[in-house]
Design a protein around this ligand. Structure first.
Ligand code: FAD
Length: 398
């Protein structure tokens, strides 16, 4: 019976990067992914790397490591991640006081610069000068989410890692939970018709991680939003900058809904704890395609049906106020789940009170957090001490 050192469940950016780093440390790794092509949040991501936005020693250190890592990731993975730097423009609504909004950014490691409407329009000629009171600007990193994930997956298989396209339907448990809960150990996973064995299983299933773990009797404090965006196929029109609203409502929704009081209700379908948020933003990729959005809904049912028609109208109207040239371009509506945690930091490591099962999910900004943390996690499980990995353990929520 073949047994792996690690089984990784989910092949989005988190699972692909972690599989690669574990294989690089010499572990035997099987990555199980439900779909042959990307369909999760990674597929629809903007993949911005806000390395200016550290607020603590921990995030400053990780963002610095991420910045260095992204600079040579293409070379290391032998495939182009399309890493580049871009100007970010954070637009300030007419109703808001630019100075007051700017002050809310003072705690970031690099404070974005407040600029006038005129300067903002010079940087981004597609901006509607009648719709903003000013803007903040800072340099951001950017990668292609698909290219980066593919680069990690291909580098993983070159190292001898194995990828199987199959949905994990359950966890193999051995031992006797009846006499002592800690005697039970996860020793593998089930897919339809097959059983795979491993010393360790790590869940990288993005927004479905909580639901999946709950379905096998393991509670975790990781949550999810239903995200919606519009994708415009490659166009001639050119955005010089990435554009977002300075006040990101999604973050308030996440903070309000990840408190202990909602914990039990999260496992009941049918709740919508707060009204949906719509944060107008747009980014153009190297091939000329544009992603715009974004609606975030906190619905406890991961399979909830969403009306794309109303959402599309709302997103077009909101982006049209700031970037009128984008409002009526042909676009396709997409929907996915995004994981988040109660403190904006990921859950990384062994799930408390369980043996053999780990989580690597709940990243607020995975494209910046994952490259350094996947590497640190692999080093940690290979025996290296790492205080950052310890701090990110899911046990901090127990
Ligand atoms: C519109 C939008 C904009 C975003 N902008 C940014 C940004 O600028 N910067 C940033 O860093 N992040 C951004 N994000 C967030 C980021 O894209 C996601 O958090 C990230 O891609 C999640 O990666 P993941 O690997 O955790 O999950 P996913 O990409 O969802 O991957 C999870 C994978 O697990 C698989 N899976 C699930 N269950 C099973 C199972 N039982 N068996 C086998 N496989 C399974 C799924 O098929 C899926 O492929 C954005 C997201 C969206 C939607």
């Amino acid at each position: 019976m073949k047994s792996y050192d690690w089984i990784v469940v989910g092949g989005g950016i988190t699972g692909a990067a972690l599989s690669y780093e574990l294989a690089k440390k010499g572990f035997t790794v099987l990555l199980l992914e439900k779909y042959p092509t990307l369909k999760g949040a990674t597929r629809y991501s903007y993949a911005i790397l806000p390395y200016w936005s550290g607020t603590t020693d921990l995030t400053n250190q990780l963002f610095q490591e991420a910045k260095e890592r992204h600079n040579y990731l293409s070379e290391e993975l032998e495939a182009d991640t399309q890493f580049r730097e871009l100007d970010l423009l954070l637009t300030i609504a007419l109703k808001d006081d630019p100075e007051k909004i700017a002050a809310t950014f003072n705690h970031y490691n690099t404070v974005p610069r407040l600029i006038s409407v005129q300067e903002a329009c010079e940087m981004e000629p597609l901006l509607n000068k009648e719709a903003i009171a000013g803007a903040l600007t800072v340099r951001d990193g950017h990668v292609s989410p698909e290219a980066t994930t593919l680069a990690y997956s291909q580098a993983f298989t070159r190292l001898g890692g194995q990828i199987e396209i199959a949905e994990v339907t359950g966890l193999v448990k051995t031992g006797d939970n009846a006499t002592h809960p800690y005697h039970e150990r996860i020793t593998g996973v089930y897919t339809k018709g097959k059983t795979y064995h491993a010393a360790n299983v790590v869940i990288c299933a993005g927004g479905i991680s909580r639901y999946f773990l709950k379905s096998v009797g393991i509670p975790t404090r990781v949550y999810f939003t239903h995200a919606e965006m519009l994708e415009i196929p490659p166009v001639e029109l050119q955005l010089n900058t990435t554009v977002f609203t300075a006040v990101e409502k999604r973050l308030n929704c996440e903070a309000a809904t990840s408190t202990v009081e909602f914990e039990q209700m999260w496992d009941e379908p049918g709740h919508e704890f707060v009204p949906f948020s719509l944060d107008a933003g747009a980014i153009q990729f190297k091939n000329g395609s544009i992603r715009i959005g974004q609606i975030s809904r906190v619905l406890t049912d991961p399979h909830a049906k969403i009306d794309p028609v109303q959402s599309e109208v709302a997103m077009r109207s909101e982006i049209g106020k700031i970037l009128p040239a984008l409002e009526n371009l042909p676009a396709t509506w997409h929907h996915c789940l995004i994981a988040y945690s109660a403190d904006n930091l990921p859950l990384i490591g062994a799930i408390p009170n369980q043996e053999g099962i780990h989580i690597f999910s709940g990243f607020s900004s995975p494209f910046i957090f994952v490259p350094p943390l996947a590497k640190r996690f692999a080093n940690y499980v290979a025996g290296e001490n790492d205080e950052i990995i310890q701090q990110l353990s899911p046990s901090r929520f127990v």
